[in-house]
Design a protein around this ligand. Structure first.
Ligand code: TXA
Ligand code: MG
Length: 357
């Protein structure tokens, strides 16, 4: 397949490209679009054939449902049964990195929802995504634009790596601002009491959700531990995710102890290190992948998937990274990293030398 690649910085200067993308989607084709979270592999969410094509291009099991992207939060009404809590969430967080699971209407085929009676709805804030959806006049179903099991793509370079020749068009909108996929919540109706279940943490944090809804439950599958016979509320949670090809080990310990460990590991192993900027001056400049200052979680979010993909290119013996703290945006980072590492966490104790300091 011939893949057209177009670079769009300002929507108003690329109206004909936007029209082109919209018409490919309306005609059943696939277009990769940039969003503020990660790139999305888009098709017409109302067309079962488009959804089938998405699963095929991504190599994704067809029981893992797609998110539909809408131009305005009120458009959810056309595709799903909404409620007051949906509009409270929309007012607080849309357009933006929040996905809400709602009971679906018939216009959304089961091919799009992986056979479920619910549909995931998201209204992205990225101007290019917004323009393509608006112009297409249909909801755009889009999973993250990565081959199933690989880290999500946060720049067009990685989209091209995975999808050149497999889709009709790739829109290069630069680096994604957030870099982590949207927060996913499901609305639960227990009679009078409306509550939310947090299925996937993202840039809309648990605390932010609690400001809008009194009862927010964290899904037990969020840390990626699921037994063979358990069915998660979000089918995607059961699949292995974001795994780099070399083993990834997360280090848990005090900063100085972890740094000492890394310094000594660099001497004996060909290891890649996903580290904080402050640490680079103490480490050899060899397979070093900084993700920003220690406290700059936004930067970690923005860079982590690119760093994991770079690890694949470097083929190190082992990859080390810090175990993220679970507070605020850290929960989203923790969720991605713990799954990428298949739960391999190494506890680093303060060594004997340090104890005396
Ligand atoms: O930021 C994002 O959400 C990106 C951009 C492109 O919008 N999309 C994205 O899609 O991350 P995807 O398909 O990679 O992840 C969506 C997750 C999957 O784990 C899927 O199982 C879950 O959402 N999901 C979708 N529909 C669902 C539904 N009806 N019920 C429960 N989980 C659902
Ligand atoms: Mg994904």
């Amino acid at each position: 397949m011939n893949t057209q690649i177009v670079k769009i910085e300002k929507v108003e200067e690329h109206i004909s490209d936007i029209r082109n993308a919209a018409s490919i989607i309306k005609n059943g084709g696939l277009v990769v679009i940039p969003t503020e979270t990660v790139y999305g592999l888009g098709g017409d969410g109302t067309n079962p054939q488009s959804s089938k094509k998405i699963y095929e291009a991504k190599g994704r099991p067809s029981d893992n449902p797609l998110i539909i992207h809408i131009a305005h939060s009120a458009d959810a009404e056309k595709y799903a049964h909404t409620c007051e809590l949906y509009y409270d969430l929309a007012k607080a967080f849309m357009p933006g990195p929040l996905t809400v699971i709602l009971p679906k209407k018939d216009i959304i085929p089961k091919e799009t929802t992986g056979g479920l009676d619910t549909v995931a709805v998201r209204c992205p804030s990225h101007p290019v995504a917004h323009a393509v959806i608006e112009c297409a006049g249909v909801p755009i179903s889009a999973p993250s634009a990565n081959i199933s099991g690989r880290p999500s793509a946060t720049s067009a370079e990685y989209v091209v790596e995975d999808f050149y020749g497999r889709v009709d068009m790739i829109i290069d909108g630069g680096a994604c601002e957030i870099g982590l996929e949207s927060t996913i919540v499901m609305i639960k109706n227990d009679g009078e009491k409306k509550s939310l279940v947090l299925l996937r943490p993202g840039a809309i944090t648990y605390d932010a959700l609690c400001c809008v809804c009194e009862y927010v439950e964290i899904s037990p599958t969020l840390e990626g531990t699921l037994k063979e016979d358990e069915h998660p509320l979000s089918p995607g949670m059961k699949y292995k995710h974001y795994a780099p090809s070399s083993p990834l080990v997360l280090l848990d310990g005090e900063d100085d102890a972890v740094l000492n460990f890394l310094i000594s590991e660099q001497k004996s192993k060909n290891c890649a290190i996903i580290c904080y900027d402050e640490e680079t001056k103490y480490l050899e400049d060899k397979l070093l992948l900084p993700i920003g200052a220690k406290n700059d979680l936004r930067s970690h979010g923005k860079m982590i998937f690119a760093r994991l993909r770079q690890c694949d290119r470097l083929s190190p013996e082992i990859i080390y990274a810090h175990l993220p703290d679970k507070s605020g945006l850290g929960l989203a980072l923790y969720n991605r990293m713990i799954r990428a590492a298949a739960h391999t966490v190494l506890k680093i104790e303060k060594d004997d030398f340090m104890k005396g300091v």
